[in-house]
Structures are given as structure tokens and as C-alpha cells.
Write a protein that binds this ligand. Structure first.
Ligand SMILES: C[S@@+](CC[C@H](N)C(=O)[O-])C[C@H]1O[C@@H](n2cnc3c(N)ncnc32)[C@H](O)[C@@H]1O
Length: 136
């Protein structure tokens, strides 16, 4: 987590990992389709939880493609959240961001639920405890 609190590291990673970068485009499209199909059933709330939303690229894709969906993005890194806040400004009426460290997070930190879908892209790999504790 420490490296993500470093402004230079966060900015450098964010610049190299945009929604347009070739290695990210295909998996992002696939994720987009899975989320869309799941919510299309109408049997779950049209709310997405983005765990480790980082600079907001995944959230922006979802909010852009699914105009009736609301999204809560949580991340532990202030610099990454600042970038997310800029990127997601056009979706401010459907998007909430919060700073939360997965290692100390409780269900009460996840405002805006219940969620129909939770996504976590490249964010839980180094965190040993998060997934089973999250209700969605
Ligand atoms: C590789 S980036 C991925 C960002 C975004 N999901 C994406 O794919 O574009 C990893 C993100 O997970 C966040 N993260 C890592 N460990 C975390 C923790 N223990 N608590 C909260 N956020 C964490 C970092 O701050 C960073 O923004």
C-alpha cells in the first residue's frame, strides 16, 4: 500500500495504465460486458462497488457505458483518489469515492450499498483478508 501513497509513483503508474493502453483494452472490454450482462438481469441493484478503484479508469468505463448505474469507488491512496476524482467528475451525480484501507475496512465503510456487482482489478493481490469480509 505504501508505494501507492507516493505521488510520483501513483502518477507514473496512472500515466502508463490508461483505458486506451493496448494491454488493458481487451480485458476492460470483457469486464465491461460481464458487468453489463449481470446488471441487465434486473435482479440485482444497479450499483457497482469498485474495490481499489485507483485512478478511476475502470469506474469511468462502467459509468460511461451504463448510464443508469451508480458506482462507489474505494481506494487507500489519496493520490490515486485525486486522479479518480478528476477523471470521474463528469459522473459526479452517480459516483462516490472514499478512502479506505482494505486491511482495516469494515462493512460500515462501504456506503451506498447493497451492490449488484463488485469489481476489483489489480487491487487485491497483495491484500490477504479483504474478499470474504465484503457484503455485496
Ligand atoms: C494496480 S492499481 C489498480 C487500480 C484500478 N483498479 C485499475 O485497474 O485501474 C492498485 C490500486 O489498489 C489500491 N490498493 C492497494 N492496496 C490497497 C489497500 N490495502 N487498501 C486500499 N487500496 C489498496 C492502490 O492504492 C491502487 O490504487
Amino acid at each position: 500500500m505504501e508505494q501507492w501513497n507516493d505521488l510520483a509513483f501513483a502518477r507514473s503508474w496512472a500515466e502508463r495504465n490508461t483505458g486506451d493502453s493496448t494491454e488493458r483494452r481487451q480485458p476492460l472490454d470483457l469486464l465491461q460486458r460481464i458487468v453489463s450482462d449481470h446488471l441487465a438481469s434486473g435482479s440485482v441493484p444497479a450499483r457497482v462497488l469498485d474495490l481499489g478503484c485507483g485512478h478511476g479508469v475502470i469506474a469511468a468505463c462502467i459509468l460511461h457505458e451504463l448510464p443508469r448505474v451508480a458506482l462507489v469507488g474505494v481506494d487507500g491512496s489519496p493520490p490515486m483518489l485525486e486522479l479518480a476524482c478528476e477523471r470521474l467528475a463528469p459522473f459526479a451525480d452517480r459516483c462516490v469515492l472514499a478512502q479506505t484501507d482494505f486491511e482495516t475496512m469494515t462493512p460500515a465503510d462501504l456506503l451506498g450499498g447493497p451492490f449488484g456487482v463488485a469489481v476489483a482489478v489489480q487491487s487485491l493481490g497483495s491484500c490477504p483478508i479483504a474478499v470474504p469480509r465484503i457484503p455485496c
